[in-house]
Design a protein around this ligand. Structure first.
Ligand SMILES: Nc1ncnc2c1ncn2[C@@H]1O[C@H](COP(=O)(O)OP(=O)(O)OP(=O)(O)O)[C@@H](O)[C@H]1O
Ligand SMILES: [Mg+2]
Length: 357
């Protein structure tokens, strides 16, 4: 098992005790659209990537799904989102040798581009596509994309359309919108449209959507009064790791790198990461490995852990980034005090005000 601390993990690097999550996801998407909920770095994207790997590996029995994976963190406008979705759909129609249908769906003005798509592929028509759709309004996009989604009903396989970091994209919209009302309207229109697409299924569930992202999507939509837009989604929760899993992770990583960690030091690391995410285990093992020593006793491991926590480890920055981005300096200071307090002892909500004073 490799010590991976940034990218999503798949295959042998995916903690085998968690493979049940992939089966859970597969069972859910066969029937309905899904929202994957978990805090930052809990392994949401890894579940998706491992699902895709299992479905597309060359030795797999014929896969049951076409999977479109859209990473949305960087998309700042509805137009960018629609263009990305449109491109993925065009590519799917090409791969499945159904380009002819595209002109029928999109109109004759698309004939030339459709035949170029067939000949040279989606990557090489990217600039033309962007140019042709630059002035599209949201309703034009819907006109173009709706039939392509409905067309998925006639595919022999089910299509799964994954929106990773969907709530991050909504936050980008919020930052770009000149008025809060614009953001609300835009989000309402977009999530309303996506809901109507889910409801257009003709009973055979030939396409499903998966929404994923660490900013709580339900809460974001509830706050602006449109929580009902996603109340048809089934939830896949990624749970924290229990102590058995934590031990499997740490011993596999130690073995893989020839690290001689005694029982107590392993148990110490296990105690620190139990009820957290596998990511904590990965970054702590990385910090231990970086000492370039091979034998580890508990005292040494404790010292490495303390240094990692207090030394401004790069791998812990993710956990601060949202505080930095969304809170004003006073709010951030107050939140830091509250969080510190909560980490060390449980405190009743009513007492927190006094803690901050
Ligand atoms: N099943 C797993 N087995 C081993 N390590 C894992 C597993 N899932 C996640 N990790 C660890 O967590 C890190 C983050 O995983 P991933 O990117 O999938 O999480 P995420 O929830 O999508 O994160 P973000 O909130 O940043 O989008 C990986 O680099 C890896 O270190
Ligand atoms: Mg992710």
């Amino acid at each position: 098992m490799e010590n991976i601390t940034g990218n999503p993990v798949t295959y042998n690097n995916y903690l085998h005790t968690r493979l049940f999550l992939i089966d859970d996801l597969r069972n859910l998407v066969e029937k309905c659209s899904v929202i994957i909920e978990a805090p930052r770095r809990f392994g949401k994207t890894s579940v998706l990537k491992e699902f895709i790997r299992q479905e597309t590996r060359t030795d797999a029995k014929q896969s049951d799904f076409n999977i479109l994976f859209l990473e949305l963190e960087g998309e700042e406008t509805v137009n960018e989102f629609c263009l990305k979705l449109f491109k993925e759909l065009l590519n799917l129609y090409r791969i499945r040798k159904r380009v002819e249908e595209i002109s029928r769906f999109l109109g004759d003005t698309w004939n030339i581009l459709a035949s170029r798509l067939k000949k040279i592929g989606i990557l090489d028509i990217g600039v033309e596509l962007r140019e042709k759709t630059r002035e599209y309004s949201f309703s034009t996009w819907k006109e173009k994309i709706d039939p392509m989604i409905s067309g998925l009903n006639s595919f022999n396989k089910q299509t799964i359309i994954v929106f990773d970091e969907f709530p991050d994209m909504l936050m980008n919209f919020k930052n770009k919108a000149s008025e809060p009302a614009d953001f609300k309207l835009m989000t309402d229109n977009l999530t309303g449209w996506l809901r109507s697409l889910r409801q257009k299924q003709d009973g055979r569930s030939k396409y499903q959507f998966v929404f994923c992202g660490s900013i709580n999507l339900r809460k974001t939509l509830e706050e602006i009064g449109i929580g009902k837009r996603i109340n048809d989604l089934e939830t896949l929760v990624i749970p924290p790791i229990n102590s058995d899993e934590a031990e499997v992770l740490i011993t596999s990583l130690a073995e893989g790198y020839g690290m001689d960690m005694d029982h107590d030091s392993i148990q110490y690391v296990v105690s620190k990461i139990t009820d957290g995410s596998p990511y904590y285990g990965q970054i702590l093992m990385k910090a231990i490995r970086e000492t370039r020593e091979t034998t580890f006793k508990i005292e040494k491991v404790k010292a490495i852990y303390e240094t990692m926590l207090r030394g401004g480890s790069h791998d812990l920055n993710h956990f601060h980034s949202r505080l930095e981005e969304y809170l004003a300096p006073g709010e951030k200071e107050c939140s830091a005090i509250v969080l510190k307090q909560l980490c060390f002892e449980s405190t009743h909500e009513k007492e927190l005000y006094d803690v901050c004073r």
